[in-house]
Design a protein. Structure first.
Length: 135
């Protein structure tokens, strides 16, 4: 179990379908916008953490982090936490914007750069990402 953090800005054009932000393998670990308009972080096909509501036609920042068996989604500054192990360490690739292995659930909207750190970000760093334009 290694601590890590990711952050991604995204814009959802339409709701009503499952849209993948990014994922690893077929369903080893996947972050999706659901039909119910929340972010789901799933491991091995089981939703482990659900965020608050995600509106359409607006930019959102999702920050997720794993530490000691718990996973947290920070959506626009509001956190939701669940407990499960980190994704498997293997050669399966990570994909952005769709479930590359299944060829489904492509994101309908825009995705900014996916940022990854092999550590936990501080509260100040997460606030900075949310309150500053990074380009």
């Amino acid at each position: 179990n290694v601590d890590f953090t990711f952050a991604v800005w995204f814009y959802r054009d339409t709701a009503g379908a499952t849209h993948t932000l990014f994922g690893k393998g077929t369903n080893e670990a996947i972050m999706q916008l659901t039909v119910g308009n929340v972010i789901s972080w799933s491991k091995d096909g089981v939703a482990e953490v659900l965020s608050g509501a995600v509106s359409t036609a607006a930019w959102h920042l999702a920050i997720g982090y794993h530490s000691g068996g718990s996973w947290t989604i920070n959506l626009d500054g509001t956190e939701s936490t669940g407990a499960f192990a980190a994704p498997a360490t293997n050669a399966n690739a990570w994909a952005v914007g769709g479930n590359a292995f299944a060829g489904t659930d492509y994101h309908n909207g825009r995705i900014g750069p996916l940022m990854l750190w092999k550590r936990l970000l501080t509260t100040a760093e997460k606030t900075y990402l949310r309150t500053h334009v990074l380009y």
